[in-house]
Write a protein that binds this ligand. Sequence first.
Ligand code: SAM
Ligand code: SF4
Length: 339
Amino acid sequence: MATSLAPAAAGSGMVDAHGRAIRYLRISVTDRCDLRCRYCMSEQMTFLPRSALLALEEIAIIAERFIARGVTKIRLSGGEPLVRRDVGDLVERLGRHVGDGLDELTMTTNGTRLAQHAERLVAAGMTRINVSLDSLDPNRFRFITRHGDVAQVIAGIRAARAAGLAVKLNTVALAGLNEAEIPAILAWCIDEGVDLSLIETMPLGAIDEDRADRFVPLTRVFEDLSTRFPLVRDAHRSGGPARYWRVAGTATRLGLISPLTANFCDGCNRVRLTTDGKLYACLGHDDQVDLKAALREGGIAGLDGAIDLSLAIKPLRHDFRIGTGEAPAVARHMSVTGG
Ligand code: SAM
Ligand code: SF4
């Protein structure tokens, strides 16, 4: 198979049909998870058969091809990336490109296994990480995740900080579950020296409840937070959909990811690779191209052709709506495409 770092052919850059430069690849390294967050998956979740998954070597070849074509940021996600046995090897392999094609290699994790992995991630070149945490209250955390232990996640966050990683908490706002706790979560982030991104729940995949019952518009949360904290608009852009505020007098930044109440698709710079090799150009649509088949059948040339096709069909925007009884916008769960 030709090397994945061969220079990209002329004209094979990373610009979609709407003129958006694609610089960010998210990779779901596994769809499996050790938690079952209620808004993410159902309790009896069906996972992909192991035979369908990309081998670690194939993930690396595909990622390196994206780097050669101009992608400068890669995030490993899932499912829970740290439950994949060989994920450390992948981090080490991709970490070699940091500063040499790649500006940043990062990860989104639920934090349950972060304490064991933090130092290896740093040694491989990671400097920042997102940790999902929807409640600091042990009982509420266990309820939301169906069996998680919040102490383990907090220990993971502290180990990551001690190893030198900047941490951003991801918190999905959930009516009747953690909405009233969000000011306390922000106060905790200030104490711990970490950032916080709040996320609106998105209609991805069937779950065991109606999402409309849990949906909280972040406009409402922000109004509440701005009466309690001195929030100053921050021009920072992470290359993602969040809008940022700084909590004045602290090191903590607050980000809002509001796909439902503030569409962010105009500046979209990302595509997503699933653990079975499908490339989704938009989180909110079903169109995908099969990079696994393209690579296995056509090598690097086949891969390039499939990536070009994906850029050509990347939709202008998602179509998320949340209404009572409405079917999810797409049947895939966030854990398949990598959040
Ligand atoms: N397991 C890891 C974790 O939880 O951080 C990584 C994968 S998880 C799918 C990535 C992010 O997606 C998490 O912050 C999670 O809260 C968020 N998420 C999952 N399902 C979601 C949904 N339906 N709407 C909004 N965010 C969701
Ligand atoms: Fe697992 Fe992350 Fe989904 Fe929670 S949000 S069930 S931790 S993949």
